[in-house]
Each structure stands twice: as C-alpha cells, then as structure tokens.
Design a protein around this ligand. Structure first.
Ligand code: SF4
Ligand code: SF4
Length: 352
C-alpha cells in the first residue's frame, strides 16, 4: 500500500470523475429510498454523489460475489438451427441409437438432447465398404434398417427413398408429384446391391465374426499376457477414441482463454491417454497403457451394453484407419474373446 497525501479542489475532483467515467464503469453512493445505495455514475447524476455520511446499504461484495450469477447457459432449443445430415451410414445410425441411450433418457445431457431433437437424419446405403469396415462381423448390416428419418439409396438414374419417420415424410411434402411407389424391379435391384455389399464386407473379413459381450462369456480377457501384448504398440495418442462414433468421455475445463474472461468448457477425453482417471490426491486406478487399453474394450463391449442394451462398437472401422500404430480392433477383439474366464479375469473385471 502506498501512503501519500494530496489535496484536490472540487472542480478538479469532478474533472477526475469525468475522466474516469470515460474509461471505467463508475459506481458510488447516492441517496435512495432506504438510505445510501451504490449507483452507476453518469454525467447526469454525478452531482448527487455522496462520499461522506454512512456506509451504503449494499456492500462491495455484490460487485465481486453476487448473490446470483449465471456461470453457463444452455441455448434455447428454438435458437438452434434444424440441421439435415445427408448420407448417414447404417453403422453411424447404430452409433446414434447408442448415444441416444447413453446421453439421453432421464438424466439426459441437455446439449445433446436439444441438438438431437433438431437434427434430421437422412441415411444412405453403403455400396463401397472400406477394407477396415466390419459392420456385418459386429452384428450389423451395411444398409440402414432403422434409426433414419429418410433413407436415400442411389439406383440407376435416381434414388430409392424410404421414409422412416413423420419428420422425414414432411421433408418430402413438396415433392409429392415427383415420387412414385417403387416397382418390383427397383426393389429387386436395391436388394441385390445390398446383398452384394454384405458379401463385399464379408470378403474383407475372412476371419468371421468379431466376438463381443455377451456372446463370448470370457470376453474380454483380462490376463496380463493379453493386456501387455494387445497394447504393446499403442502410443497413447487418443486418435481411436476421437474418431469413434460412440466414445463420449469428457472433462471440464474451467480456465479462461489467455486470461480474458471465463469459460466452462467440455472437452473430449480419451481413456487411452495417461491421466484419464486420475483422481484427487493423484490416485490413478489405470496407470498403465495396458490397463487403459483393456478398459476401452470392457467399457465399449461389456459395461455400456449392460447399461444401454447396445454395443459400443458398430464395426465402422474408423479406429483402424486412424491408429498410427496399426492396431486393428478386429484382431484385438478376436484375441480378447473366447477364452475361458480365469480367476484373474474375474478379479480384474470387478475393478474395471
Ligand atoms: S471401436 Fe472402432 S470400429 Fe468400433 S465403433 Fe469405435 S471407431 Fe468404429
Ligand atoms: S489410435 Fe492406436 S496408438 Fe493411438 S491411442 Fe488408439 S490404439 Fe493407441
């Protein structure tokens, strides 16, 4: 604290206040109905400022720690744009059905729920699966059977349109005259394309189905030998979880951007990145790559299916394409499944 004393005339004091007003929001005591109150000072009320007399009704705390303060808000649903997503594949419609159960329901995430209500899903048949696709081996199909508002499948010079919901039908209202019911030849041609695509996916996966819970009782293996070898190449980059359509771990960031203001932000997390489950006091239950790697399998294919009734892996293959270490989810899952449940597996399952 600097203790220096000066004297300033009333005229100069008012000049100083006028100067401060230009660069600051200025507040000071003024008489009100119930005594002195802190008011915003403007050039109109400057002469009513009362610096002597008693304390104000309000304390300075109100300017630092108000009784009510909005820290974050969810935009009104009506303020969000209605979006149409075209070409959503069957694997991703399955992933959205999974997220609807994981993030919706009685304790819904309000951001997810509001956006979900205002999105129209236009599905599309897959005709050229990638080498990494294994939707069929994961129990799905390469063409949508549900979960879409509309499904558009390219056929010859046009499209076969399937209406899945009332919302989808409304989208077609203005095109009534352009639509005609499909004829047998068109339906047969679409079915043939679909069968061929299933065969293509199967040809890319000659090793057959990918085991998962609950079909394989011992899934996933938890023994140290499996954990260590399956995760040996993982560089903990988090790419697989970032691209996965069902992974939804997150953490809160409460910092301000470069000291300018305050944000409460949600940032996607990855269970494969060190520190994922670090708790207060520095405790970390899954401190090794091997434990985190296995946790990902347990979460996607055991715990989440138990909670949602749906698998956390749709066989989209994105994690296979994204992994810089060349880790293939199909190989990992095949090695993780089908082994007898050992005492070690049971013990470790209880802690994951
Ligand atoms: S784990 Fe891999 S294959 Fe399965 S849904 Fe996620 S990204 Fe797709
Ligand atoms: S993308 Fe591959 S290397 Fe990166 S965290 Fe996932 S499994 Fe590990």
């Amino acid at each position: 604290m600097v203790h220096e004393r000066y004297y300033i005339s009333k005229a100069h004091w008012h000049n100083a206040l006028t100067d401060w007003m230009r660069s600051h929001a200025l507040f000071g005591p003024m008489h009100g109905q119930t005594g002195l109150h802190m008011e915003k000072i403007t050039s109109d009320n400057l002469h009513s400022l009362v610096l002597d007399q008693c304390r104000t009704v309000e304390s300075p705390k109100d300017y630092l720690f108000p009784l009510l303060e909005e820290l974050a808000s969810v935009p009104a649903e009506s303020a969000m744009p209605v979006r149409i997503l075209l070409g959503v594949r069957a694997c991703d419609l399955k992933a959205l059905a999974f997220l609807d159960r994981a993030l919706g329901g009685p304790s819904a995430d309000p951001f997810y729920e509001a956006r979900r209500k205002r999105i129209v899903l236009v599905g599309s048949d897959c005709t050229q699966p990638r080498p990494s696709c294994f939707c069929v081996q994961a129990g799905g199909l390469p063409y949508p059977t549900d979960g879409f508002d509309l499904n558009m499948a390219k056929l010859w010079d046009g499209m076969v349109v399937e209406v899945g919901t009332e919302r989808g039908r409304v989208l077609l209202d203005n095109f009534d005259r352009a639509l005609k019911p499909t004829v047998k030849e068109e339906e047969a041609a679409q079915d043939k394309w679909r069968r061929e695509t299933v065969l293509r996916v199967n040809r890319g996966n000659p090793d057959g189905p990918v085991p998962g819970f609950p079909e394989s009782p011992g899934f996933p293996r938890g023994d140290a030998a499996f954990r260590e070898t399956a995760s040996a190449d993982c560089v903990e980059c988090g790419a697989c979880t970032a691209v996965c359509p069902t992974c939804h771990s997150y953490f809160f960031d409460l910092s301000g951007p470069g000291g300018r203001g305050f944000h409460r932000r949600r940032i996607a997390d990855s269970c494969l990145i060190p520190g994922y489950d670090r708790a207060a006091g520095g405790d970390e239950e899954r401190a090794s790559t091997a434990l985190r790697f296995r946790h990902r399998l347990v979460c996607k294919l055991k715990h989440q299916p138990e909670q949602t009734g749906l698998s956390g892996c749709t066989g989209c293959g994105r994690c296979i394409d994204a992994c810089p270490a060349g880790i293939d989810m199909r190989t990992v899952l095949r090695r993780a499944g089908g082994s007898p449940v050992s005492a070690e597996t049971r013990t470790e399952s209880a802690t994951t």
